[in-house]
Design a protein around this ligand. Structure first.
Ligand code: ZN
Length: 225
């Protein structure tokens, strides 16, 4: 263990991100028990899965799926909390690799991976974009380009859970912007999110990306709630 690792170890004790039990020397980030109990959705095997259906009539996606099932009290919920609020970017990468394996299995030919961006103010507050951590794990498996600069979040939206679908749409349709449109012309992009709930954030991204000539969009997430 080098000095940097020991230093990081002060802040990230060697405990499982799912159950907080101590990890053995052979385990990393997630313990064997939590791994084997993580419920997979197998949505990637079915084009008309729950996540894909969320976007029917909203944007014509090439493909959409989530890898895991997410419900109150399961260890995945702890992992997502760890990723979003406790600075555990590693668990995002580990889960992202599992998402990437399913992209490979579903034979989607991706040109560019794009994580859902955070607003700069939120990025500064959190210090990192959790969707980028997941995207890095996916990239490790797919070995293709990752673009973290082209899609920008212009508006810092508040929580959208209590709004109606129409209000949400009005709220999301102009919150994203694009920096360099030509770089994505005729490309198949893979949008990456952590947990998809209403789908309105992804819909907002698609509204902006969809203005690019010849673009094809697929969507993946660690889970959808
Ligand atoms: Zn565990």
């Amino acid at each position: 263990m080098n000095l940097l690792q020991s230093f990081i170890g002060l802040f990230y004790p060697n405990i499982c991100s799912g159950c907080s039990k101590g990890l053995s020397s052979k385990e990393q980030t997630i313990c064997v028990s939590c791994w084997s109990n993580l419920p997979k959705s197998y949505e990637y095997k079915n084009l008309t899965n729950h996540t894909a259906k969320l976007f029917w009539g909203r944007y014509p996606l090439e493909n959409a799926f989530s890898t895991f099932l997410y419900y109150r009290g399961n260890s995945l919920q702890n992992m997502i909390y760890d990723l979003k609020y406790r600075g555990n970017q590693k668990v995002g990468e580990v889960l992202g690799k599992e998402v990437g394996k399913e992209v490979l299995l579903s034979n989607i030919k991706i040109d560019v991976i794009i994580p859902v961006p955070l607003h700069p103010a939120k990025l500064q507050k959190r210090g990192y974009n959790q969707s980028l951590s997941i995207a890095l794990g996916i990239q490790e498996v797919l070995n293709c380009q990752l673009n973290n600069e082209v899609l920008l979040r212009k508006v810092n939206t508040d929580t959208q859970t209590r709004k109606t679908k129409f209000e949400r749409w009005e709220n999301v349709k102009d919150i994203f912007g694009i920096e360099n449109k030509t770089s994505l012309e005729n490309k198949h992009v893979l949008l990456v999110d952590d947990v998809i709930t209403t789908g309105s954030t992804i819909e907002g991204c698609c509204h902006s990306l969809g203005t690019i000539k010849g673009i094809k969009i697929s969507v993946v997430a660690v889970a959808s709630a």
